[in-house]
Design a binder for this molecule. Structure first.
Ligand code: NAI
Length: 304
């Protein structure tokens, strides 16, 4: 069973995408608001019936129902309003994520957790500390969404198919995210062959800023984050050992300790199966470490 805690905009969209891909026979939507997860589950069930998809989607307010889940996604919490940064959500969402993580540890102690609630890297750390799960069993989705935006801007700038673009975004899922032009390619050909320095800077800048633009326009980002989580769930369920950037616990890798932040990792049935260390140049390192400092200072103020 795949459980999604938080049946709001992102959680419900994710349930739909996971069900459409038949990544599990059973999907559970949980929320504290009575009626909301049940209503979302019904709406999705009706769509699945017409499509002939044999996936059972259930909505509930009872955390005990997550017993036996092999994957739990934590997407409960408030989203940012126009003008806010993700870090502005820190205290409110830390107390929500703490509550939820305790319940996950109680009812689904063998699951793999994907944290989505913002600010993503601190919330992944909170989840890890509160559950006391092994570090490979807790990861956060932030960079996979940044990556989808990065790819979209690259395709637009070079006027070539999105299919041929491989790219990478690491670091904080926030103000200091690090889209890596140097580790991006077009069917194996370095991206720098297609993009001038100046254009590359523009693509990176747009990637950093675009979430705020979507939030200003429609109030939230929904489909792309739900898709990014679905991609991670797919890698776990199918034991793909797919390399993708996720927020994970670092214990010396990249020269940092006791922090969750985005780095490339192989994702499979055992969660984060391998962390891949990249050589970063001076500027890349500067952005990565700014992210590290930002996440460290956020979690240092939380009682865990
Ligand atoms: P939303 O407000 O539509 O849904 C959040 C849901 O969480 C609500 O239904 C609320 O009742 C529920 N909730 C609150 N406390 C709960 C608890 N203790 N147990 C169970 N459910 C609880 O918000 P939306 O747009 O779905 O966003 C959810 C979170 O995901 C936000 O923190 C947002 O910033 C984050 N997010 C993260 C992204 C990422 O890339 N990591 C991308 C998009 C959103």
């Amino acid at each position: 069973m795949i459980t999604i805690v938080g049946s709001g905009k992102v959680g419900s969209s994710m349930a739909l995408q996971i069900a459409m891909k038949e990544l599990d026979k059973n999907i559970l939507l949980l929320d504290i608001v009575e009626g909301l997860p049940q209503g979302e589950a019904m709406d999705i069930t009706h769509l699945l019936a017409e499509r002939g998809i044999d996936v059972h989607v259930k909505g509930s307010n009872d955390y005990g129902e997550m017993r036996g889940s092999n994957i739990v996604v934590i997407v409960a919490g408030v989203g940012r309003k126009p003008g806010m940064t993700r870090m502005d959500l820190l205290n409110t969402n830390a107390s929500i994520v703490k509550d939820v993580a305790k319940k996950v540890a109680e009812y689904a102690k063998d699951c793999t957790i994907i944290t989505v609630t913002n600010p993503l890297d601190p919330m992944t750390y909170v989840t890890l500390k509160v559950t006391n799960f092994k570090p490979n069993k807790v990861m956060g989705m932030g960079n996979m969404l940044d990556l989808s935006r990065f790819k979209s801007f690259i395709a637009d700038a070079i006027k070539l198919s999105e299919h041929s673009i491989q790219a990478l975004v690491i670091g904080e899922h926030g103000e200091n995210m690090l889209p890596l032009i140097r580790y991006s390619s077009v069917s194996g050909i370095p991206l720098t062959k297609f993009l001038s320095n100046e254009k590359a800077k523009g693509v990176v800048e747009s990637t950093r800023k675009v979430a705020a633009e979507v939030i200003a326009l429609k109030g939230a980002t929904i489909y792309a984050p739900a898709n990014a989580v679905t991609h991670m769930v797919d890698a776990i369920v199918k034991d793909r050992k797919e390399v993708m950037p996720v927020a994970t616990y670092l214990n010396g890798e990249y020269g940092v300790k006791d922090i969750c932040i985005g780095v490339p990792a192989a994702i499979g049935a055992n969660g984060v199966e391998q962390i891949i260390e990249l050589e970063l140049d001076a500027e890349e390192k500067m952005w990565f470490m700014k992210g590290v400092e930002s996440v460290k200072s956020a979690v240092s103020g939380l009682a865990l």
